[in-house]
Design a protein around this ligand. Structure first.
Ligand code: ZN
Length: 241
């Protein structure tokens, strides 16, 4: 199953095919396995601080760790660390990724929405490197996490765009805005309004194209965002229940 999903990811994206895929099933000394529908690895955990460190290092998620290991996981010595498909695709092509961010740190950039119209992954003959959230023109776009503005300008195709740099080499991108409310170099806090929804650049209607990247490598935003009832379960690459 994991191999199939990875094959789809590797086949779908020019990014993922740039480096030949090796069929290794380990990260360092850790063996990648399936457990309760998740892909990840088993590891020994000494205490809560150690577990937090492991979760950050492998871009995992405390909520998923609890989901897999139960609420009393803190007292366990051996825990299963679930990994996201995009994280696995990253390490397959580029090697170990050391993040210091964690999925619990990201919030949805639009407070109120009812659906995601285009998910991350293969779309016709191209690869959609983010998700599309439809919203009316002028709807506030909020910073998904604390960060620094590294791009705040008009870009071809993406229209008025803001990129934020976060700790752990994580970057979020907000595209097709009608208006930008920050400037490059600004420090922003999670939830701060940074732009307004629009349809600038190559866009067919008012929506936010939202990306989460590790450096410049596109990750599935749904791996990092809280569960939202407006998102179809089949839009998640990962099992969520
Ligand atoms: Zn899009």
């Amino acid at each position: 199953m994991k191999a199939l999903v990875l094959f789809i990811l590797l086949a779908a994206s020019p990014v993922f095919t740039a480096v030949s895929a090796q069929d290794n099933d380990t990260i360092g000394s850790m063996k990648i396995e399936e457990h309760k529908g998740f892909t990840g690895f088993w590891t020994e955990v000494s205490d809560k601080a150690n577990l937090d460190y492991i979760i950050r290092t492998y871009a995992s998620c405390e909520k998923k760790v609890i989901l897999v290991n139960g609420n009393d996981y803190k007292s366990l010595e051996r825990v299963f660390i679930p990994l996201s498909e995009s994280y696995l695709a990253y390490i397959k092509t580029k090697g170990i990724m050391q993040t210091d961010g964690r999925c619990d740190e990201f919030d949805w950039p639009i407070i109120s929405f009812d659906r995601v119209t285009s998910s991350f992954g293969k779309r016709w003959n191209s690869f959609h490197e983010g998700i599309d959230i439809p919203a009316g023109r002028g709807t506030p776009i909020a910073a998904a996490a604390d960060g620094r503005v590294i791009v705040a300008r008009f870009l071809e195709n993406y229209g008025y765009t803001v990129w934020l740099e976060h700790r752990g080499n994580m970057v979020t991108r907000y595209c097709h805005a009608s208006e930008i409310l920050v400037k490059e170099g600004d420090i922003v806090t999670r939830g701060q309004v940074i732009a307004s929804v629009g349809s600038t650049g190559n866009s067919t209607g008012n929506h936010l194209h939202f990306e989460i990247r590790y450096g410049d490598f596109p990750m599935n935003p749904l791996d990092f965002l809280p569960y939202h009832p407006g998102v179809n379960k089949n839009q998640y690459l990962r099992k969520i229940d």
